[in-house]
Structures are given as structure tokens and as C-alpha cells.
Design a protein around this ligand. Structure first.
Ligand SMILES: [Zn+2]
Length: 392
């Protein structure tokens, strides 16, 4: 029989920040009592979560098993109980039980401070998802839009890059400019981040010079993600789609139309009617209205990154049904981000957002990342599609 387990006590008590970082605004109660045989202390951690957070979190077992950021405990097999009321998992042969329940009543006032440190340690390993020693991911993503609105594209690129950096990755926002005066070896400038173990950089390259390909190859070797925003001087959105990128996302405003109008003349008077759209009609109207100058029907594009208010987008909501239709047209919605603010005094990208929106951006960015294809993808099919489109 084992006596009191000092390691377990230390694992639970000395890493209090782990419990706080697992979930924003959770209330954590830690108790201990002799186990049934009275031979050692059994610890119970009760986590009470706000209503919006799912009770079960895969990160819990990952964190407690982590030997660097966490206490390195082993999860007990077959003891995990999970239902709508509680999630109970035990570790270290029953020495620690973690019970997660729903918290009733008022919100705590601690949310602001806790949200800051969220997920930096805990989600890093999950998000990176690459074996040690394999090197940076080297993925290149290009953001394009219908409006040639660089500010919109840059904002989306910086939000993604900052969110991925907070989740432990190394990211570069690379602006491609067609300016002869631009020296083609611009330094990578590190951006200020609020937290997280990753880093975010920005740089600019002249795409008129053939050397920009070498710059992108070099960036692949240094960064997990390179997000390209190309400044275009010509008014053909397809001309800006670069085969140097592995994935291409169209950034667009995400408000889907629910109605359309008709105007007729009756006895010399105008008659205006409103016609409700089905989700399928809305999807087609949106595609041809919003993306009129993007060759989405002829060129393989990974999907959409929509900027909108972080409302509900459940699978059965109108927007959710439109999303399904857009996927049928080969343009799946990979994620949503808040609309850019025109002027912000904040020097860091995610700082100007309220806590809930920042959590939303982090969640959506992680989601978008899972939908991207492999790095160093073969771009030849894209080149064929672009050539066919331009008639070359
Ligand atoms: Zn569970």
C-alpha cells in the first residue's frame, strides 16, 4: 500500500494556473480526503464552467499527461464518465478525479484576467500537431478578395497570423507588391503579441522580381504559416491568384441575403414586392453578387473566410443551411472572423477585441487551420485552370 503521494499533491496544487487556463472563467475547487482504504489521499478537482463552454474538453487529459507544461499524470482507462450534467475523468490510478460541471448563477468578475493567458500552453501541442524535430510547417496561404480591399485582407491575415502565433506557431504575413523600387530582401519584422509561445512576423516582397519565389521558399523553411496578401494593380482578381500558395481563401463579407425584391407596374403604378429566398437561392445570389469577379466556378479555391458579427451559425440556422449550399458549390465556409475596425489605437492585433470575440477568433482560426491542405502542395492543376480561364 502506498502512503500519501506527495507528487500528486504537488501536481494538483502547484499547478493551479493550469486549471484556470483550461477554461476561461471557470471556478475550480480542490479537495482531498483519504481514499476508501485510508492508505493515501485522493484528490478531487471540481471545475464549474459557464453555460457556453462544453463540459468535456479533450485538452484536459492532454494537459495532465504532459510532462513539460503539465504534471505528467496517466489517465485511468475506462473510468471516463461523460453526460449532459458532468464529465468525470480520473488519473493516477484514482488518485485524482476531475469532475466538470455546469456553473449556475452569476458570472465571475475574473474573466478578463484569465482570458489573457488562455490556451497558450494548453493548446499549443494540439495545435502544432507535428512530431518534434520535423521543422516548421512551411504552409503558404493566400488571401484574396473581390474588392481589392487590401486593408480588409491585411486585417484578416493579421488576425489569423496572431491567433496561430498565440497557439504556439510561427507565422509570417507577407505582402506581395509590384513595386520596382522595393528592395527584394526585406527583413522579417516581429510583431508585438499579447501572449503565447509563438511569434508573428511581417514582411513585404516585390513580386515583379523573380527573386520573390526564393523569398517564399526561404519563408517556408522558417515559418509554420506564411499568409500572402498580394497588392494588385490590375483589375482581374484571377490574375492575383498565385500558384505559389498551397491554399487560397476568399475573404468576403458574410451577410447572406434572405429576400430579394421585384418591381412591376400595375395600372401605371409601381408595385414593389419582397420575395423570400431559400438557403439554396441565397447561396447562389451571394456567390454571384459578392464574388462576381472571383472565378470561383472555374478555379479551385480552398474556401471562404467570412467577416461578420460573431452571431449564431448553428447547422440549422439560415446561415448554416447557406453554408451547406456554398460547400456544394465548392466554396465551403472555413471560418468566420469579426469585421475589421477601421481605426484602432492597439499595437497588437487581438487586443482591440472584447474577450469573447478574441476567444471566437482563436477558435475560428484553429478551425480554419484544420481545413487547410498540406504544405508544398502541387500547384500545377491550379496553373492549368488559370491558363484555361485566361485563354492562354
Ligand atoms: Zn468527458
Amino acid at each position: 500500500m502506498k502512503a500519501a503521494d506527495p507528487y500528486l499533491a504537488s501536481a494538483v496544487m502547484r499547478r493551479l494556473h493550469l486549471w484556470e487556463q483550461l477554461t476561461d472563467d471557470s471556478t475550480v475547487t480542490i479537495t482531498s480526503q483519504p481514499d476508501s482504504e485510508g492508505s493515501r489521499l485522493a484528490w478531487t478537482v471540481e471545475r464549474a464552467l459557464p453555460p457556453s463552454v462544453p463540459l468535456h474538453d479533450d485538452a484536459l487529459a492532454v494537459v495532465l499527461a504532459d510532462t513539460v507544461a503539465g504534471p505528467g499524470l496517466t489517465a485511468d482507462a475506462d473510468t471516463h464518465r461523460c453526460d449532459q450534467k458532468e464529465c468525470v475523468q480520473t488519473f493516477a490510478s484514482g488518485g485524482l478525479a476531475v469532475r466538470t460541471v455546469r456553473r449556475e448563477g452569476a458570472r465571475s468578475t475574473r474573466q478578463r484576467t484569465l482570458a489573457r493567458g488562455t490556451s497558450a500552453i494548453l493548446h499549443e501541442r494540439q495545435v502544432i500537431g507535428r512530431p518534434v524535430g520535423e521543422g516548421p510547417g512551411g504552409h503558404v496561404l493566400q488571401l484574396i478578395d473581390d474588392m481589392r480591399d487590401e486593408r480588409r485582407l491585411t486585417h484578416a491575415a493579421e488576425q489569423l497570423a496572431a491567433a496561430w502565433a498565440q497557439q504556439g506557431l510561427c507565422t509570417l504575413v507577407l505582402r506581395l507588391e509590384g513595386r520596382d523600387s522595393l528592395n527584394d530582401e526585406q527583413p522579417w519584422q516581429r510583431s508585438r503579441l499579447t501572449g503565447g509561445p509563438g511569434a508573428m512576423f511581417k514582411s513585404t516582397v516585390n513580386y515583379l522580381n523573380d527573386n520573390h519565389k526564393a523569398v517564399i521558399t526561404k519563408a517556408r523553411a522558417h515559418f509554420d504559416h506564411v499568409i500572402m496578401v498580394k497588392h494588385q494593380s490590375v483589375d482581374f482578381p484571377w490574375a492575383g491568384i498565385s500558384p505559389l500558395a498551397d491554399d487560397h481563401l476568399v475573404v468576403a463579407f458574410g451577410g447572406f441575403p434572405k429576400v430579394t425584391r421585384s418591381t412591376t407596374v400595375h395600372a401605371g403604378k409601381l408595385q414593389r414586392d419582397t420575395i423570400e429566398l431559400t438557403p439554396a437561392e441565397s447561396a447562389v445570389a451571394w456567390l454571384h453578387g459578392r464574388l462576381a469577379r472571383i472565378p470561383f466556378a472555374d478555379v479551385p479555391i480552398t474556401g471562404l473566410l467570412l467577416q461578420c458579427a460573431p452571431d449564431e451559425h448553428g447547422p440549422n440556422s439560415f446561415d448554416g443551411l447557406v453554408d451547406t449550399e456554398l460547400a456544394r458549390h465548392g466554396m465551403p465556409v472555413l471560418g468566420r472572423l469579426p469585421q475589421p475596425k477601421l481605426f484602432t489605437p492597439c499595437r497588437t492585433v487581438l487586443d482591440d477585441l472584447p474577450d469573447e470575440q478574441r476567444a471566437f477568433v482563436l477558435r475560428q482560426s484553429a478551425e480554419i487551420r484544420t481545413s487547410l491542405g498540406p504544405a508544398r502542395a502541387d500547384g500545377s492543376a491550379l496553373v492549368v485552370a488559370l491558363r484555361e480561364l485566361s485563354g492562354l
